[in-house]
Design a protein around this ligand. Structure first.
Ligand SMILES: [Mn+2]
Length: 467
């Protein structure tokens, strides 16, 4: 948690941007796993609530009456029964005080606040809800059916929050650096444990434990698999096999809920073979190229496609692609190998503010998404970079047998893809390298002072020394 002043000034800025109406920011409730008192742990607060109210406790709602400049923290003080089981916690009034909020009120008063505002025909701003309990609460308070809540959410509030949360302040970057330290520990642990015979899940479980042991949680479900060609491949109970690659995409949150998100692809045997090295070096070149071009004013859309052209050129050298590079990329042929975007915003959410819809976060009036073309429709970010943005740089090359068969059968992009050669890569898997970039005054830099090894020689040397 930051100092009171941080939250006071963030709310002041939000009021300026939203201009009028009543803003309701719902905090999260405990989420039951199998019965109400056995919830998923650790508790995860809503990121926008955290950003403006800083309080990491369930059952709270922040209300900002912009027109009358009244801020209220809504929540119920816990009963003696709860104190017996869970211990004492601060009163809602005291919590409000900690973040510079003058008023506090019990949960039942939220209904009165909403009724009054509706009677006066004032605008009530809320964010698109993503949890079922909050959807029911909004239905009870405002009479808007859950099916209509996404479209009834306040675009003014979304735009204001995106504007603020997209640009990370120095104190936020410090938190992101702390998350990177945990990420380093997780990824180097994965490399140390990576060997033939161990299960994917045993390594993934150890990584989750590292994040948990430092007071928080992973920033998303750990991807750890020999089937790197499956974009969000969950770890299985299968054993790692010599000759294969282990793709590990994992990150942590700090106790203040700032994220890291990195990917490394390590050889199970400890050494990359020739074919793996050839593909790896292309991904590495794409990854490193971003460092040279990402800077304020540049469209991420252009960075993405520059990387796609570089990847296409290199895949042509290998004989996997052919034809004119520009035409191939325009046709989306590269998506056979990289079917996702080059990166996404990152902050308190690993895909920052994705709950607002990526079209509102990663795009703007100038840069619109392409929702039609396979691969390009997966871009989460396209708009111009600004100083203080944090984005992931995560190119990858994958060999997806079903996709190869699909395109081959339909003849899709056959003028740009050498299907005969591609056929021999069906047992390859996939390679991704991912790091988190901070956009600076005139360029960008990686977050995380210690680089997780990624040059092939460094990975092999690290594995040789540490396994
Ligand atoms: Mn990522």
């Amino acid at each position: 948690m930051y100092s009171k002043e941080t939250y006071v000034s963030r709310r002041a800025e939000l009021k300026k941007l939203v201009k009028s109406g009543v803003i309701i920011l719902f905090g999260n409730n405990n989420s039951p796993a199998n019965f109400p008192n056995n919830g998923y742990h650790p508790f995860r607060q809503d990121s926008s609530f955290l950003y403006y109210f800083g309080l990491n406790r369930d059952g709270l709602v922040g209300v900002i009456d912009v027109d009358n400049d009244i801020e209220t923290l809504i929540g119920d003080d816990i009963s003696i029964d709860d104190i017996v089981w869970y211990g004492s916690v601060e009163s809602v009034h005291d919590m409000a005080e900690q973040v510079g909020v003058k008023n506090s009120a019990p949960m039942k008063s939220l209904k009165t606040i909403c009724n009054d505002a509706m009677r006066q025909k004032r605008r009530i701003h809320f964010l698109p809800p993503y949890r079922a309990d909050i959807k029911i609460q909004i239905f009870d308070l405002l009479g808007i059916h859950p099916n209509q809540q996404k479209e009834s959410a306040s675009m003014d509030l979304i735009k204001a929050i995106v504007k603020m949360r997209s640009v990370k302040t120095d104190e936020e970057v410090e938190e992101l650096e702390r998350a990177a330290v945990i990420g380093y520990k997780m990824h180097t642990t994965a490399m140390k444990m990576c060997r033939p015979g161990i299960t994917e899940q045993e390594i993934a479980g150890a990584l989750d434990g590292i994040a948990n042991g430092l007071g928080s949680m992973v920033s998303f479900a750990t991807i750890l698999t020999q089937h790197g060609e499956i974009m969000h491949g969950s770890p299985s109970m299968n054993k790692l096999e010599a000759g294969r690659l282990m793709l590990c995409d994992a990150g942590a949150e700090t106790i203040n809920n700032y994220c890291s998100d990195n990917t490394r692809t390590s050889p199970v045997s400890g050494h990359y073979d020739q074919r793996q090295l050839e593909i790896y070096s292309i991904v590495e070149a794409c990854h490193d190229y971003v460092l040279q071009v990402a800077k304020p004013g540049v469209k991420w859309w252009d960075v993405h496609f520059a990387v796609c052209r570089l990847m296409t050129d290199r895949l042509k050298e290998l004989g996997l692609m052919k034809g004119d590079t520009e035409e191939a990329v325009r046709a989306g042929a590269h998506a056979m190998f990289m079917c996702h975007g080059l990166g996404h915003m990152m902050g308190m959410d690993v895909h920052d503010m994705e709950g607002f819809d990526q079209i509102n976060v990663g795009f703007d009036e100038e840069v619109r998404p392409n929702l039609e073309q396979f691969g390009t429709n997966c871009l989460r970010l396209g708009r111009r970079l600004q100083k203080g943005f944090v984005v992931t740089d995560e190119p990858g090359i994958y060999f997806i047998p079903a996709l190869i068969d699909d395109w081959k059968a339909s003849g899709h992009c056959k003028e740009f893809i050498n299907f005969d050669k591609l056929e021999t890569y069906k047992d390859f898997g996939g390679i991704r390298i991912e790091d988190d970039l901070l956009i600076t005054d005139d360029g960008c830099r990686f977050i995380g002072k210690n680089r997780i090894p990624y040059h092939p020689k460094d990975v092999e040397a690290f594995m040789a020394e540490n396994r």
